[in-house]
Design a protein around this ligand. Structure first.
Ligand SMILES: NC(=O)c1ccc[n+]([C@@H]2O[C@H](COP(=O)([O-])OP(=O)(O)OC[C@H]3O[C@@H](n4cnc5c(N)ncnc54)[C@H](O)[C@@H]3O)[C@@H](O)[C@H]2O)c1
Length: 383
C-alpha cells in the first residue's frame, strides 16, 4: 500500500487543547495507526513540526508525542514549503495575527475557535483565505461528540418534522482554584487576555444551532461575571473580570426559537455538561455529549398542572435512548480526518473560516446586545 506524507505546522501544542486533543488524540493517534486511509487506498501520514516559544517545553511535548521535529522559529516553519497546513491552537488573542501570517505564506489553515476576537478581523481573515485559494477549516468538535452526532442524524432523517424550539444548556462549576485546582486556564477569566464565556462558547453554539437546521438571525443576550475572585495556576488570587455566565435568545432561519444558557458557575444535575433539547412537531430529542433520547409525537404523555396531587407521571419514562450503531472516535480526530481528506481529495468542508467568522459575529453581537441592552441582527456573511 502506498503512503503519502502531509506536513503540518502545529502551533499551541504546549497548551491544553493543542496538546491533548489536536496533537495526542488526533495527529499522533493517526500516525500511530499508520496514517489515514484515502479513497484510492493510499495512506496519508501526517508529519508535524511543532512550534513553541519555550525550547524545553516544546521538545518535551514532541518527545511525548513521538514527533521528531520541533522549532521555536515560527517564521522559518511558515516559510518551509514542505509543510502545507498550518494549525493554530494558541491563546485566543494571538490567533488572528498568526492566521494572517500563515495565509500570506500560502498554507492551508486548520484552527481552533474563535478565529479572532472581533468580527471585522474574522471577516478579513476569511476574505484573505479566499483570495489565496487555500483550504481552511475551523474546529467544530461538538458536532462529533456521540450525543450531538446522534441528534444531527435525527435532523437528517426528518425525525422532528418542523423544528419549533432549540434549547442549549452548557453549564458546570469551574473551581475557583483555592480549594481544588481549576479545570481551565486563568486567562479564560480575564477580559484583557481574551477570556469570557461569550467569546469562548458562542462560536460553538453558533454551529450547534446551525446543525439543527437554522442559522441564528438575531440575538438578545445578558451576561455577567458571577464569580469575581479566582486563583491562578500558581495559586495566586486574581480578580476575574470576564463574563462567566450568559443567557441568550435567538430566532433561527428555520423559524425556530433558540435559547442558550451557559455558565461556569452552575452545578450539574442534568444529563451532561452540555445538553441540547430540540422540540419539533413530530418529536423531541435531548442530547448530552454522549447520549441522546427521543420522544415521538405518539409517545408524548399527557402532562397536567396540579398543585393538589403529587405528579403521578415519571417524565423520564417515555423517552427512548438512541442506540450506538457505530463506533465513535475522538470528536477532534474525526474532524481532523475530514479536513485532511478535504485538503488532499477535495470535496466540501462546511466548517471553514466563513463558518468561523459567523461564530465570532454571533459572539460579538451577543456582547453588544448585553452592553446596549437590545436585540442585534446577524446579517449573513456574503460570498
Ligand atoms: N474546541 C474546544 O472545545 C476548545 C476548548 C477550550 C479552548 N479552546 C480554544 O483553544 C485555544 C487554547 O485554549 P487552551 O485552553 O488550550 O489554552 P492554554 O492556555 O492551555 O494554551 C494556550 C497555548 O497558547 C500558547 N500561547 C499563549 N500565549 C501566546 C502568544 N502570545 N503567542 C503564541 N503562543 C501563545 C501557550 O504557550 C499554549 O501553548 C483558545 O483559543 C480556546 O478558545 C477550544
Amino acid at each position: 500500500m502506498s503512503e503519502r506524507r502531509i506536513g503540518i505546522v502545529m502551533n499551541g501544542v504546549t497548551g491544553r487543547m493543542g496538546r491533548n486533543q489536536h496533537l495526542m488524540n488526533s495527529i499522533a493517534a493517526i500516525r500511530k495507526d499508520g496514517g489515514l486511509p484515502l479513497a484510492d487506498g493510499t495512506r496519508l501520514v501526517p508529519d508535524p513540526i511543532l512550534v513553541g516559544r519555550d525550547k524545553d517545553r516544546i521538545a518535551a511535548v514532541a518527545k511525548a508525542a513521538g514527533v521528531e521535529k520541533w522549532t521555536t522559529d515560527f517564521d522559518a516553519a511558515l516559510g518551509d514549503k514542505d509543510y502545507e497546513i498550518y494549525f493554530d491552537g494558541v491563546t485566543t488573542t494571538a490567533r488572528a495575527g498568526n492566521l494572517k501570517r500563515a495565509i500570506a505564506a500560502g498554507k492551508h489553515i486548520y484552527t481552533e475557535k474563535p478565529i479572532s476576537v472581533g468580527y471585522e478581523e474574522a471577516e478579513s481573515i476569511y476574505r484573505e483565505a479566499r483570495a489565496k485559494n487555500i483550504k481552511h477549516g475551523v474546529v467544530a468538535d461538538k458536532l462529533w461528540a456521540p450525543g450531538m452526532y446522534k441528534l444531527r442524524q435525527l435532523v437528517k432523517s426528518g425525525f422532528f418534522g418542523k423544528v419549533l424550539m432549540v434549547r442549549i444548556e452548557g453549564c458546570y462549576w469551574v473551581f475557583e482554584g483555592d480549594l481544588q485546582p481549576p479545570q481551565r486556564p486563568s486567562w479564560n477569566y480575564k477580559k484583557a487576555e481574551g477570556g469570557g464565556m461569550i467569546l469562548d462558547m458562542m462560536p460553538h453554539y453558533f454551529y450547534m444551532l446551525e446543525a439543527m437546521g437554522g442559522r441564528p438571525l438575531d440575538v438578545v443576550c445578558s451576561a455577567d461575571t458571577l464569580v469575581k475572585k479566582r486563583w491562578d495556576e500558581k495559586g495566586k488570587p486574581y480578580n476575574a473580570d470576564a463574563d462567566d455566565s450568559l443567557m441568550s435568545i435567538s430566532r433561527l432561519t428555520n423559524g425556530a426559537m433558540a435559547q442558550i444558557m451557559s455558565s461556569w458557575c452552575v452545578r450539574v444535575r442534568t444529563e451532561d455538561i452540555i445538553v441540547m433539547q430540540v422540540d419539533g412537531t413530530d418529536g423531541s430529542a435531548v442530547a448530552g455529549l454522549n447520549h441522546c433520547y427521543t420522544q415521538r409525537r405518539e409517545n408524548t404523555p399527557k402532562g397536567q398542572w396540579s398543585l393538589d396531587v403529587a405528579e403521578p407521571l415519571d417524565f423520564y419514562r417515555d423517552w427512548q435512548k438512541v442506540p450506538e450503531v457505530e463506533p465513535y472516535k475522538n470528536a477532534f480526530r474525526i474532524q481532523w480526518e475530514l479536513f485532511l481528506k478535504h485538503v488532499v481529495e477535495g470535496g466540501d468542508f462546511p466548517w471553514n473560516l466563513r463558518a468561523g467568522a459567523q461564530g465570532v459575529q454571533f459572539a460579538e453581537a451577543a456582547e453588544k446586545s448585553w452592553k446596549e441592552r437590545r436585540w442585534i441582527d446577524l446579517p449573513d456573511l456574503k460570498g
